[in-house]
Write a protein that binds this ligand. Sequence first.
Ligand code: BES
Ligand code: MN
Ligand code: ZN
Length: 499
Amino acid sequence: MSKLAKISFLKAEPPKGGVVVILAGEELCLGPVAGDVVSGLEGGLKRAASIAGFTGKKKSSLDLVAPAGSNLDRLIVFGIGKPEELAADDWRAFGGAVLAVLQKAGAEKAVVLLDGPESVDLTGEAAAEFAMGAKLRAYAFDAYKSKKADEEAKKDLDLTLAVADPKGVKKAWGAASALADGVILARDLVNEPANVLGPVEFAAKAEALSKLGVEVEILGEKEMKKLKMAALLGVAQGSVRPPRLAVMRWNGGKKGQAPVALVGKGVVFDTGGISIKPAAGMEEMKGDMGGAAAVVGAMHAIAARKAKANVVGVIGLVENMPDGNAQRPGDIVTAMSGTTIEILNTDAEGRLVLADALWYTQDRFKPAIMIDLATLTGAVLVALGNLNAGLFSNNDELADKLLASSKTSGEPLWRLPLSKDYDKIIDTPNADVKNTGGRWAGSITAAQFLQRFANDVPWAHLDIAGTAFGAPKDDICQSWASGYGVRLLNQLVADHYEG
Ligand code: BES
Ligand code: MN
Ligand code: ZN
């Protein structure tokens, strides 16, 4: 499929030629400019629509090639359903769906008339959402395809959105475009294979945020040893590739104001270690850094749109390999917090990485809130499939804020419980805690483990094992990696921690 070369905004007026998309609500109601476009059509729009059975239903489309009575190459009528019921989510999805129609038509240049029936609230925000949907839909991970199929060899699409108030849209698009870039960055990181993206290479991607004004520090093995991060280092010790801890700071808020802390699991590849995983499907574990990718993507969005907030991102980057020097089941390590951990299964490695990353983050930055994201458990897929990420929190207010921002951003979350009784499941006679609680309630016992390292800071854990990759394709994502979490985190910061 052809990609998106650029998006520009122009004042809406009837185009004189080329490929044009207009919006139609149910019963074929059109905006004034679209009305002008169809007024000259011989035979009218009504006849074509009735023959094709097009009624303006949401996301349906009618493609008129070289319509008689106009100079247009193509007039695509895109259905938006009941105009008065549309929300941000819909405009994002419409952008994606229209892009798909244009790709299918092989268009290299197109104008979308973003005007609609009177009842449509086509503000700058809606148009920016539309543009973001198109940009996200166009994303494909094809850097390694040396031969493109014929249809893919097409020129990239040059898309113009014709709107009532281009200036207003451009402002909203500044922020939405920064966000889309953050999502795309996260998708790229997750899609990238582990031979290319090891801990050192991933850290370099975090370092690259410095060009946006983010302060970045990279800690190596020596520094982490000094900090006594034995839980994280234990996971890394089976790999020839050394671990890294990347710290990213965006200081766009008031000086001295406690930051929002984002912490990510960055296991660049998870073989399971000595408790090795079965071969089938193991390639998916190149995506076991989806939490870290979401944090980097969110930091990108937040910095690129110059958010008035203090945000710190911390990601633990390791590779989990079996090796003569790998950690064994039965090993006991002392985490940075002083907590001793008995390793019963080396495949429960994400929580070990996060144990030190979380403790370090709260200890150093004293954040107002701390949110970790991790492709942590297969069990969250059993519970929620790929349609919701699991949310765990020690703080109802933070959980509610996250649930609300999840609705606005369109990245679904479902809260799961934590409690003292679940916590007991990870007690062990041999140490303070063990790293697995067995098969039942696997996502909850993993979250209970993390909670012990959050040290009473208002904290939330998002288990994104089902949503970071392999989720069903949709209007705005055709890629294996979804970039899940970037929009949600950006929305949370925008909703509650700016200004
Ligand atoms: N990275 C995996 C979890 C995972 C599974 C992510 C499937 C995405 C898709 C994690 O490190 C893991 O292996 N978890 C184990 C924990 C168990 C050993 C307690 C699991 O879920 O099986
Ligand atoms: Mn694992
Ligand atoms: Zn893992």
